[in-house]
Design a protein. Structure first.
Length: 133
């Protein structure tokens, strides 16, 4: 049911997961990257890789909305972001810069940055069609 999507809280759960993926990394990036052995330049890349790869991930996520449903795409994005955050967390234990950067890249890829705009556009069209019928 299309109306059910707009009353679902799944979209807001993804936003919380995305916020945690961003807000936890920014204040801890310097100390965490020193712990795993990243240089200062790579610690800047650690923060910047999230939005950079997020741009690349927008197109597959948008394709997922067109091919499947918004709800399925959000679930896949949430799971991908959680996996990326887990890789980021594990990197400190195994002292691996590659796993650290991979975790940030995976989280960025599944962030679905255009999601809010797509969600609003679909909701407005849905409610506008319901009002005028």
């Amino acid at each position: 049911n299309e109306l059910e999507l707009y009353h679902s809280s799944q979209y807001y759960y993804l936003q919380v997961i995305k916020a945690c993926a961003i807000l936890i990394v920014v204040p801890t990036a310097k100390s965490y990257s020193e712990e795993v052995g990243l240089s200062k330049a790579l610690s800047g890349i650690l923060v910047g890789v999230f939005p950079l790869i997020g741009v690349l991930g927008t197109y597959p996520c948008y394709w997922g909305v067109k091919k499947f449903t918004f709800r399925v795409t959000l679930a896949v994005c949430a799971i991908g972001t959680i996996i990326g955050s887990c890789l980021y967390a594990i990197a400190g234990s195994i002292h691996s810069p590659a796993v650290l950067l991979t975790g940030r890249a995976v989280s960025g890829f599944f962030q679905f940055g255009a999601g809010p705009f797509d969600y609003v556009a679909r909701a407005v069209i849905f409610f506008k069609l319901k009002i005028f019928k």
